[in-house]
Design a protein around this ligand. Structure first.
Ligand code: SIN
Length: 291
C-alpha cells in the first residue's frame, strides 16, 4: 500500500525494503508528528537512510533514544566517553582481516531480548566500498512454500554470541583491532532459543529469524542435522529481490529493524579508513507463531 507523508519525504530505494528520507534534521529535537511519520516509514520500509546529517555524539544518542532505551553488547567494547556507542572502525593499514558484521545477521540475536534495531552514523567512509546490504525477512518468509512455512512455524533455533560478530571464521582469526572484541564472555557464549518464525510486535507480520553469524542449530537437533536446512534458509533469505544496498557518504545515518531485516557489512575497502558510530536499541523477547 502506498503511504502518504506530510512531514518527511520518503523515497523507496528498492522493491523489498529501504528508503531515503529527506526533509528532516536529526540534530534538532523532533516534534511528535514528524517522529510518528519516521516510525511509520520505519515499519513500512525496515531500513531508513538519512543524508548529510551533522550530528554530535550527543545528538546521535538523543535521536536513538527517541526509538527506545539503548542496550549495550556483552562482547563489543563501547567508547570510553560514550558508553552507549560502539565505534565500528577499520583503519587504513588493517588488511586481510575480518571486520565486524561481515556476514548476514540480525544484531546480537543471541540475547534473550535481542535489539529492536540499530542506528549507524557514518563519521568517515571510503570513497567507494564499505557498503551495507540489507535483506527483508518478511519477504523471505512469505516466499517459502506453504509446506515449508507450516514446518518452520512451530520451530525454535538456538543462537550464540560465540562467533563474536564475525561468523564463519575461526576464533583465532584476527578481527579489526579497532573494534575491541572481548572473547570468552559467558553472556555471549551460551545458547538461547528463539522462534524460527518471529511475529513482529508492531506490524503483526511473520519474519524468518535465523542468521548465519549467530544461529547454531534448531532446538532439539544437532548442528549437523540442522545445517542443510539452515544453509537453505540463509541462501533463500538473501535473494537479490529481497535486498537493498546502502552506499555511505560521511554524515549519512541509517536505522534498521533487526526483528524483520538482516544486514551485511561489505569488507572491500582495504587501504581506506572507515569509522561508523553505532547505537543499539533495546528489544523484547521474540514472539513466535501461535499454534
Ligand atoms: C553492523 O552493525 O553489523 C555493522 C554494519 C556496518 O558496519 O556497515
Amino acid at each position: 500500500m502506498e503511504m502518504s507523508y506530510t512531514r518527511i519525504e520518503v523515497r523507496p530505494m528498492a522493491g523489498a525494503l529501504g528508503a531515503d528520507i529527506y526533509g528532516v534534521d536529526l540534530a534538532k529535537p523532533l516534534d511528535d508528528a514528524t517522529f510518528a511519520e519516521i516510525e511509520r516509514a520505519f515499519h513500512d520500509r525496515l531500513v531508513l537512510f538519512f543524508h548529510d546529517q551533522r550530528l554530535t555524539p550527543e545528538q546521535h544518542l538523543a535521536f536513538s533514544r527517541r526509538l527506545g532505551p539503548l542496550s549495550r553488547s556483552p562482547y563489543v567494547k563501547h567508547m570510553d566517553e560514550y558508553p552507549d556507542i560502539i565505534a565500528v572502525l577499520k583503519e587504513a593499514d588493517e588488511r586481510n582481516i575480518s571486520t565486524f558484521g561481515n556476514a548476514w545477521h540480525s544484531d546480537f540475536s543471541f540475547l534473550e531480548e535481542p535489539p529492536l534495531g540499530s542506528v549507524l552514523y557514518a563519521r568517515e567512509v571510503p570513497d567507494h566500498g564499505g557498503d551495507t546490504l540489507f535483506a527483508n525477512m518478511y519477504s523471505a518468509y512469505e516466499a517459502l512454500s506453504e509446506g515449508m512455512r507450516r514446518m518452520l512455524d512451530p520451530l525454535k533455533a538456538m543462537h550464540s554470541g560465540r562467533p563474536y560478530g564475525v561468523g564463519g571464521v575461526s576464533p583465532d582469526l584476527k578481527v579489526s583491532r579497532s573494534i575491541g572484541i572481548e572473547r570468552n564472555r559467558p553472556e555471549a557464549d551460551r545458547e538461547v532459543a528463539h522462534p524460527v518464525v518471529r511475529v513482529h510486535p508492531r506490524t503483526g507480520r511473520k519474519a524468518l529469524f535465523v542468521n548465519a553469524i549467530y544461529t547454531t542449530r534448531f532446538e532439539g537437533m544437532t548442528e549437523a542435522e540442522s545445517k542443510p536446512l539452515l544453509d537453505f534458509l540463509y541462501a533463500h533469505a538473501i535473494r537479490p529481490e529481497f535486498t537493498c544496498r546502502l552506499r555511505w557518504r560521511t554524515h549519512d545515518l541509517a536505522i534498521w529493524d533487526n526483528r524483520c531485516a538482516m544486514h551485511y557489512a561489505v569488507n572491500d575497502y582495504d587501504g581506506s579508513r572507515r569509522l561508523m558510530h553505532r547505537t543499539t536499541i533495546k528489544g523484547e523477547r521474540p514472539i513466535g507463531v501461535r499454534p
